[in-house]
Design a protein around this ligand. Structure first.
Ligand code: SF4
Ligand code: SF4
Length: 184
């Protein structure tokens, strides 16, 4: 989730592809363009091992650039964060349940449309920030918060005030995060 996604209007994107092309049939450039750059998937999460309910925290992966919402070392991130997941058409079904409810990949996977603030819809790569969807400016790095204290930093990303807070695997993170699952 960090600084590198080109503007969504790029070559190789079919007109309004997100409305008519299935995820599995998208071109690589289209798949990449789906990422809105919100950075939410790079937040650490707590998962209830019994119910698999997921709570997001404002504790961010150590590689997240807190201002740009991008991965600071995307190419080498797995050296530092081995469990950073690569989001692909093959993995989305397995990880969608813990992706942010606003994530474009999760939305399309669940048959929901992209939001008006999505850069592909708005035509403005900053609209995700202007709409208050991105994590810019309100995260804390994981090296400043002990894991046993993450529960104190739970945030509500989907209006569920009763989000769970059980300690879990955390950092199921990233899904290529703001990088839309770029292979790396
Ligand atoms: S979760 Fe992955 S993509 Fe996100 S900042 Fe960490 S290493 Fe980078
Ligand atoms: S992959 Fe991450 S940064 Fe990209 S849209 Fe989904 S939640 Fe946001």
């Amino acid at each position: 989730m960090r600084a590198r996604r080109p503007p969504p209007v790029a070559q190789g994107l079919r007109s309004r592809f997100w409305e008519r092309i299935p995820l599995a049939a998208m071109r690589p450039a289209e798949w990449e363009a789906l990422c809105d750059g919100c950075g939410r998937c790079c937040l650490n999460k707590l998962e209830d091992p019994d119910t698999h309910e997921v709570a997001y925290t404002r504790v961010a992966c150590r590689l997240l650039d807190a201002e740009t919402c991008r991965c600071s070392r995307y190419a080498s991130r797995r050296t530092y964060v081995p469990d950073c997941v690569v989001l692909t058409p093959a993995t989305i079904g397995r990880v969608a349940y813990w992706m942010p409810p606003t994530c474009a990949y999760r939305c399309l996977h669940e048959g929901r449309p992209l939001a008006p603030w999505h850069p592909l819809v708005s035509g403005d790569p900053d609209s995700v920030h202007a709409a208050g969807i991105s994590v810019a400016g309100w995260t804390v790095p994981e090296y400043e918060v002990a894991e046993e204290e993450w529960e104190d930093h739970i945030v509500d990303l989907d209006g569920d005030e009763d989000a769970p807070g059980r300690a879990g695997p955390a950092l199921a993170a990233a899904a290529g995060g703001g990088d839309g699952g770029e292979e790396g």
